[in-house]
Design a protein around this ligand. Structure first.
Ligand SMILES: [Zn+2]
Length: 99
């Protein structure tokens, strides 16, 4: 398993998984990677508040990392606007700068 995938997996667990017993949000210190291979990872969670233990079996295909989580996806409208601009543009940069 690529470290990027594993990091993303941990990020998702911290965002969406809470302690089953006391509902505490999980943090880095609560998580232990007990198994990881190319197809799956087993994360053991030990709640630092109530010491409840549980395991998360993560199959790789369920956790596909995004290329960039912070940038919004480019939508079709933006692509069409760019195409339109390039179609109209005649390659003469001088005429643009004169305006
Ligand atoms: Zn707990």
């Amino acid at each position: 398993m690529n470290i990027k995938v594993l990091k993303y997996l941990i990020y998702r667990i911290k965002q969406s998984v809470k302690c089953a017993k006391c509902n505490k949000k999980l943090s880095d210190k609560d998580l232990f990677v007990t198994e990881a291979d190319s197809q799956q990872a087993v994360i053991e969670c030990v709640c630092s508040k109530c010491e409840a233990k549980f395991k998360i079996d993560a199959k790789l295909h369920k956790f596909r990392p995004q290329n960039n989580l912070n940038s919004p996806p480019v939508n079709d409208q933006e692509i069409n606007q760019m195409k339109e601009f390039l179609n109209k543009f005649n390659g003469d940069f001088k005429s643009i700068f004169k305006k």
